[in-house]
Design a protein around this ligand. Structure first.
Ligand code: ATP
Length: 361
């Protein structure tokens, strides 16, 4: 079993592109760590450097106690599962899963035992004689996982392994991967651009942008206390609303003010605003759709633009002061397009620095 440590890891591609910019990260043994971020942010590059498939330009990578910068991929005791499964089309499921062990000259009886055990974990015992083209996408994905499992690696690396599956199967495989992680009790490192996958699967999430780590923490902490506007907008769907406002003091109490509407800050947030010197200053107010109250007695006026009915929830796009914002309500929301509403914030408002976009509270 092994944890990993990335120390000031950089990747500069031969064409000069600086894809990963000095990232520091400790990944605990048995953790399910998810790299998430928009396309091109450097998450696959980071994973491939861990796998040894991409050379590290600068910095040190440790697996367990050992610096592995110069250790070949096959000697790193890791297994990687790719988005396209990378199965051999002319081999059966059994042969695909056994192939890596055969190359390592593992005795035949041990191979059979390991393949059968992995097939059982994944529920594909009855598919062992089929070839990949006789399988559905979800079944192929299981075979690719099986091939990794039989190697009993210390670390599983997965690069968008669910993105070729349809939406329903993706949800099902998500739950299966969580279960698999618990069963194997091994370190998982997972790359996705999908914030829902990151939130639901990761024990911790590493949010990346432009080759830099933005925040590493549990899904709950990242959602409740995003480090900056990028994280706040990337994690959470629909995304957080941002409004230009101010922190003001009145009668010894602190408020955020947006276009004349004021929301008093909870003690903890007021304390943070004071400590960091933002009283009286302009800020960007952040308010998640579920933290917006509609039809409140006090608040600012808005008009409903668009309603999206999702069954259990309703998304309400409303217009206020020339901009569109979004709120989330239950399934029994009765107002319609063009209706006038009043908007107020629940107590969970955020604020960010206008210049550097870092979180204030
Ligand atoms: P995606 O979700 O689209 O795969 P990603 O976050 O995984 O995105 P990477 O594949 O790590 O992104 O790529 C990071 C950046 O490095 C991108 O801008 C990409 O264009 C660039 N890049 C990747 N491979 C090379 C290469 N071989 N040479 C030059 N630049 C590259």
């Amino acid at each position: 079993m092994a944890g990993l440590e990335l120390k000031k890891i950089n990747k500069v591609y031969p064409n000069g592109f600086h894809a990963v910019k000095g990232i520091d990260l400790e990944i605990q043994d048995k953790e399910f760590l998810v790299f998430v971020g928009p396309s091109g942010c450097g998450k696959t590059t980071s994973l491939r450097m861990i796998a040894g498939l991409e050379e590290i330009s600068d910095g040190e990578l440790y697996i367990g106690e050992n610096m592995v910068n110069d250790v070949l991929p096959k000697d790193r005791n890791i297994a990687m599962v790719f988005q396209n499964y990378a199965l051999y089309p002319h081999m059966t499921v059994y042969e695909n899963m056994a192939f890596g062990l055969k190359l390592r000259k593992v005795p035949k009886a041990t191979i059979t035992e390991k393949v059968e055990k992995a097939a059982k974990i994944l529920g594909i015992e009855n598919l062992l004689k089929r070839r990949p083209k006789q399988l559905s996408g979800g079944q192929r994905q299981r075979v690719a996982l099986g091939r990794a499992i039989v190697r009993e690696p210390e670390v599983f690396l997965m690069d968008e392994p669910l993105s070729n599956l349809d939406a329903k199967l993706r949800v099902q495989m998500r739950a299966e991967l969580i279960k698999l992680h618990q069963e194997l009790d091994t370190t998982f490192i997972y790359v996705t651009h999908d914030q829902t996958e990151a939130m639901t699967m990761g024990t911790r999430i590493c949010v990346m942008n432009n080759g830099l780590i933005q925040q590493v923490d549990t899904p709950r902490e990242i959602y409740n206390h995003p480090a900056n506007m990028f994280v706040a907008s990337f994690i959470g769907a629909p995304q957080m609303n941002f409004m230009d406002g101010k922190v003001v003091e009145e009668g010894g109490k602190l408020f955020v003010e947006f276009e004349g509407y004021k929301k008093q800050l909870a003690d903890e947030k007021a304390e943070m605003a004071k400590k960091s010197g933002y009283v009286g200053k302009e800020v960007v107010i952040g308010c998640r759709p579920e933290d917006i109250e509609i039809d409140s007695e006090e608040g600012f006026e808005a008009v409903i633009d668009v309603l999206e009915l999702l069954g259990s929830e309703t998304y309400i796009y409303f217009n206020a002061f020339g901009k569109t914002y979004i709120a989330k309500e239950g399934k029994n929301f009765t107002k319609g397009r063009g209706d006038k509403i009043k908007i107020s914030f629940k107590s969970n408002v955020h604020a960010f620095d206008k210049e550097n976009e870092n979180s204030i509270f």
